[in-house]
Design a protein around this ligand. Structure first.
Ligand SMILES: NC(=O)c1ccc[n+]([C@@H]2O[C@H](COP(=O)([O-])OP(=O)(O)OC[C@H]3O[C@@H](n4cnc5c(N)ncnc54)[C@H](OP(=O)(O)O)[C@@H]3O)[C@@H](O)[C@H]2O)c1
Length: 264
């Protein structure tokens, strides 16, 4: 199965790295197009895959084409292709809707996806937007591709705003939490380097604990909070300072902003 990338920047490279590391494809089964010749040669050497200046070559030679150009470039790139060949198309472009893709492609021939930044380290969270016209086998292949860089959920397009807040943007909130926790550790004498490592690993492990135990977070909070102990003091202090409201207000702000941007 040949997978071609039109555009080979940060997101496409993260996906290609995951596909190769998980051995879902061989180096011969990947190819990409981009514009800058200097970068192309360097990327061909780094990934040991074929690169070209021609989007048409990628289209004609691939079973699946992942279009990973900037959202504003999408219409121009798709319009510029001779679509005699029929590869299955996966868009990763933020804000490019099913309707926009359907104006260029057959309804059964594409899926809109929304990966996140953490795909770069194999712990991404990707939404695959529902498209009822797509064959199950194409949906399965798309899931397999994104599982190479993390986890996958299927969502209706109407819930993408919430997804963008909870997974697209939330890494920034979590980085802020890690930095604040670490800074508070510095107050008590830890170096920033050690404090950041401790806080980041605690967040990583906590996420893994939620996913692997499948317990509700509140059950886990109760498990960690011994009666009269240290942790319950911290939890009650956060509740008193409206921690939950701050997070909910932040999600509200992101969902509202996404809606206003979608309306143009
Ligand atoms: N980065 C993320 O965390 C993230 C998360 C979710 C979704 N996305 C989506 O992923 C897409 C790519 O984002 P990115 O961060 O990877 O951007 P990026 O690093 O700037 O990559 C864009 C790529 O497109 C190439 N390109 C530009 N014009 C082209 C054309 N006409 N034909 C072929 N290739 C062309 C660029 O190559 P040259 O530099 O050689 O021109 C570059 O390789 C965007 O639509 C974005 O919304 C990204």
């Amino acid at each position: 199965m040949t997978i071609g990338f039109i555009g080979f920047g940060n997101m496409a490279q993260a996906i290609a790295k995951g596909l190769l590391e998980k051995q879902l494809v061989t180096h011969d089964e990947l190819l990409f197009s981009n514009q800058s010749e200097d970068k192309r040669q360097q990327l061909m050497n780094t990934f040991n895959i074929k690169g070209t200046s021609s989007n048409q070559d990628v289209w004609d030679q691939s079973d699946i084409v992942i279009v990973a150009v900037k959202p504003y470039q999408m219409d121009e790139v798709l319009t510029g292709l001779d679509k005699t060949a029929h590869p299955f198309v996966i868009s990763v472009a933020a804000g490019v809707t099913n309707a926009q893709l359907a104006s260029h492609l057959k309804a059964s021939a594409f899926l809109r996806t929304m990966p996140n930044l953490n795909s770069q380290v194999g712990e991404g969270m990707t939404a695959i937007v529902d498209n009822l016209d797509v064959e199950q086998s194409d949906l399965d292949k798309t899931k397999e591709i994104f599982k190479a860089v993390g986890e996958v959920v299927e969502l209706p397009e109407s819930q993408l705003g919430a997804f963008i807040a909870l997974a697209g943007s939330s890494p920034a909130l979590v980085f802020m939490f890690i930095d604040t926790l670490a800074r508070a550790g510095v107050k008590y004498g830890l170096t920033k380097e050690k404090a950041t490592k401790i806080a980041a690993q605690a967040v990583l492990g906590s996420g893994k604990t939620v996913l692997e135990t499948a317990h509700e977070p509140w059950t886990l909070i109760d498990q960690v909070s011994s009666p009269g102990g240290v942790t319950v003091e911290g939890i009650l202090s956060l509740l008193k300072d409206d921690f939950a409201s701050s997070i909910i207000h932040s999600v509200d702000a992101m969902v509202e902003k996404n809606e206003s941007m979608s309306k143009g």
